[in-house]
Design a binder for this molecule. Structure first.
Ligand code: NDP
Length: 223
């Protein structure tokens, strides 16, 4: 097997879209550092995959994970912020608990992991956020308020970050992965994880204009 030229880091690589994208990136010749809360990925291993423990809601865990990544790979080509929760999916009324839980992972945790990772992302590299079109005003509906607002927030953070890292030529892209058959997406979703991962990879290869929102369903920018 050839030595991979590119290194990607994928958060939440142990299940759903994160696992499928990890497998796709490995198949495309990347070396992947995958994170999981348990420090393991059950039922999957690959010579070019290393697993690092990360809970984005825990500052000590973030610090340890970033230190571990810097030992493994001082330069990351692609950072994929995939870890997320949908605590209030399908409910109508926002509550303090669901807002806290959702924001702790999807917003605070995602931002507070990304910030210390920035020095490790190489100039000219890419940062992807698994956002959702559920967080775009054009797709607003009455359900899942905490989840929708959390994805709107991370889409805006991506746009803010894009401005900040433009001088390093780092492209930042919030992406909608489609409605996908996962623990979160449920079994009636139209996309398999493999289809979504292939679409996300096409989006990564397309390297859209930094800060803009990419929709895997249409392989194009929206919003
Ligand atoms: P899953 O529930 O299958 O996977 C979520 C992943 O996030 C798991 O690996 C989970 O780890 C990890 N995670 C959750 N909380 C934390 C945390 N505090 N720290 C670190 N990792 C954490 O969901 P999906 O694969 O469906 O979702 C992946 C991303 O895609 C999410 O951000 C989601 O919002 C987004 N998305 C999904 C859509 C869909 O239709 N499925 C549509 C639009 C966006 P663990 O196994 O330990 O819980």
């Amino acid at each position: 097997m050839n030595t991979p030229e590119k290194t990607a880091l994928v958060t939440g690589a142990n299940s759903g879209i994160g696992l499928a994208l990890t497998q796709k990136l490995l198949a495309e010749g990347y070396r992947v550092i995958g994170t999981s809360r348990s420090g393991q990925i059950a039922d999957f291993s690959h010579p070019n995959l290393t697993v690092v423990t990360l809970d984005v809601t825990n500052d000590a865990s973030i610090e340890q994970a970033v230190a571990a990544v810097s030992q493994l790979a001082p330069s990351i080509d692609l950072l994929v912020n995939n870890a997320g929760v949908g605590s209030d999916l399908g409910t109508l009324v926002p509550e303090r608990q669901s807002l806290r839980e959702t924001f702790a992972t999807n917003v605070d945790g995602t931002i507070l992991f990304t910030e210390p990772m920035l020095p490790l992302v190489r100039d000219g590299g890419q940062i992807i956020f698994l956002s959702s079109k559920m967080g775009l005003p054009a797709f607003a509906a009455s359900d899942s308020p905490a989840y929708r607002v959390s994805k709107a927030a991370i889409t805006m953070y991506a746009a803010v970050l894009a401005e900040r890292v433009a001088e390093r030529n780092i492209a930042v892209t919030p992406m909608h992965p489609g409605w996908v058959q996962t623990r979160m997406g449920g079994s009636s979703a139209p996309f398999t994880v493999e289809q979504s991962a292939a679409g996300l990879f096409r989006g990564i290869e397309a390297r859209p204009e930094s800060g803009k929102f990419w929709n895997v369903e249409t392989d194009s920018l929206i919003g």
